[in-house]
Design a protein around this ligand. Sequence first.
Ligand SMILES: [Zn+2]
Length: 378
Amino acid sequence: MTYTQALLPRLALQRDAMVELLSSLVLAESPSDAPQTQAGPQAILRAQFAQLGYAVAHTPGARTGGYLIARAPNPDGRPTQLLLGHCDTVWPVGTLAEMPLVVEGDVLRGPGSYDMKAGLVQGLFALRALQELGLEPPLAPVFLVNSDEEIGSIESRAAIEQLAGEAARALILEPAGPGGQLKTQRKGLGDFEIVVHGRAAHAGNEPEKGVSAILGMMDVIQTLHALNDYPRGVTVNVGVISGGLRGNVVPPECRATVDVRATTMADAARLEETIRALVAPPGTTLTVTGGFERGPLERTPRNVALWQLARQVGAEMGLALEETAVGGGSDGNLTSAYTATLDGLGPVGDGAHARHEHVVIAKMVERAALLAGLLLRP
Ligand SMILES: [Zn+2]
């Protein structure tokens, strides 16, 4: 039996301990926008890292609960590999009252279980299994847990990018795809605000002196929607518009909020350039603010090589792994610009940000074993 094959039976013994740790994390409700609640899961995680003998530091946030960085002892200064996850959820405190923690057979339900406290549990147990088996990963593990992922990693982004820049690869513990697939592509996400300025005038007495910003914005919206190219993975959505003062005034201003996504860096750059160069309709002026917040997680050669490695490790365990592309972003979008990145290494289940959120417990065991096997590879 190879080391890889020893991992699955080893982790199977930890099934109940994994459920117990995940339960305690789910019971510690931790929405991103209530920073003080993050102390709950962070205390649990700190104790876990301490048990592993990792040096763990908490960087407090100004508007968030901050983040934890836990480092394996690394006296020889080996290159590192980054494990990345978040302990914040989209669920407000009190959600447990109507969406309780339930363990039923092979399913665990509860807010934040699938997205993505189970991923943190899998990461911790993968590291623990390696330690118990006396197996030293060739790349020293560094584990970052932020508490602001669901609000755009507003305060942890710099630390993520720095650690990714130092690491040989980044393993993202976000949920797997709907059929358990690993995630090798995520669209990049841009957010723009466009304002058209016209000129106000009395709509009855002297409408000819006014310039309608709403009419101007209609032109701009047509131009924006024409940029959509679904087969190519380019989407442009004018999601919110507002403008005008009252019925009898030619509207002097109109605003639009635009969500833009792209599958490649090149498309993202081209879209950003096009939107910044939008021409104001006659008689109006136009301002554009915003840009791409997260670049795409692309199927770059180094990302594909990491995915192939994971697939090979899976095959050695008897797992037939598949890959998928998704539209939503994660912190994997951030690390991909700096290092080889594989996403979706977290739990198998369903219902991220939804009432039926749950994880499959047997798959937690399986994916922790997969992660442990991957951590062992140079
Ligand atoms: Zn997530």
